[in-house]
Design a protein around this ligand. Structure first.
Ligand SMILES: [Zn+2]
Length: 285
């Protein structure tokens, strides 16, 4: 593989929602993007529905330091239209570097079951709907040779993770192709880290690691598989908790990883940037 230069990239937040309504209700994404540019911060902004993906494509097109991912989040009750997404992909050109966020979220449907909002039959139907939506996006990513931004959230005993691994394994077998994927917002234990690393997928750590004890997981993640994200505007890291999270806070997450791994922050910064550029196959900006 060709060696890329990460020289002008200071930090790369591989998962944020700067373009989204959530973000722009609180802050002006364009102003943040401008400050990021001045400080060498890059980000891949992530779509959660078709309309939201369209906004991500628009914003990435206007900012040198932003790339985007297009897809449908598992809790969005929306059909995946291959032709619509194909068009969007073409419109976005090489700014579209990923598919997702997609995957399985068994947390919210299980919560709904617990509170009596849905019954057992509806739960099974919802899980099936999510699996089908996920599979379509895996196929789409493989067809277009793009990596996947995975949102996998288990309720308990890694229920969604086990199912996601099963689906990914099956899809690799069926297609004969290697899937490239990142498990975004990773807050699971070291056992799940091993399952991900074994498959040579990536793991991105969020701000949560600055205030919850995930040290065992952090220690288990090889540098080769590590990326950093804010999931901005959600869940700001310490010492910014309660504030609107922005990609500019990514340094706090790098700091924490360096502290736990007993490494130099510069090494974590550099490697996480290189991994991001490799993962998204970004060669120029
Ligand atoms: Zn997200």
């Amino acid at each position: 593989m060709k060696k890329r230069t990460s020289k002008s990239v200071n930090y790369f937040d591989i998962h944020s929602h700067l373009h989204s309504d959530f973000f722009n209700r609180k802050e002006n994404g364009q102003i943040v993007a401008k400050e990021m540019k001045e400080r060498g911060f890059f980000s891949t902004i992530i779509g959660v529905s078709f309309d939201d993906s369209q906004k991500a494509v628009d914003m990435a097109g206007k900012n040198k330091n932003l790339f985007c991912s297009i897809g449908i989040h598992p809790t969005e009750k929306e059909e995946f239209s291959e032709s619509d997404f194909k068009q969007l992909l073409q419109a976005g050109g090489d700014k579209v570097v990923c598919i997702g966020e997609c995957g399985l979220d068994y947390y919210w449907p299980m919560k709904d079951l617990e509170s009596g909002k849905i019954n057992q039959e509806e739960l099974q139907r919802e899980k099936k709907r999510q699996r089908e939506l996920f599979k379509k996006q895996i196929d789409f990513a493989l067809e277009n040779d793009l990596p996947l931004m995975l949102h996998v959230r288990s309720f308990k005993n890694a229920d969604a993770h086990e199912e996601a691994f099963k689906i990914l394994d099956e899809k690799e077998k069926e297609s004969g192709q290697k899937i490239r994927a990142d498990f975004h917002f990773f807050t699971e234990g070291p056992e799940i880290v091993k399952e991900i690393v074994k498959r040579d997928f990536m793991i991105s750590l969020p701000g949560v690691i600055t205030f919850a004890d995930l040290d065992d997981s952090i220690l288990e993640i090889p540098l080769e598989n590590l990326m950093l994200e804010t999931d901005s505007p959600f869940v700001a890291p310490k010492p910014y908790r309660g504030k609107t999270n922005t990609p500019l806070y990514l340094e706090e997450i790098a700091k924490k990883v360096a502290e736990v791994k007993k490494m130099d922050i510069e090494e974590i910064r550099k490697k996480s940037v290189e991994n991001a550029l490799d993962f998204f196959r970004i060669e120029k900006w």
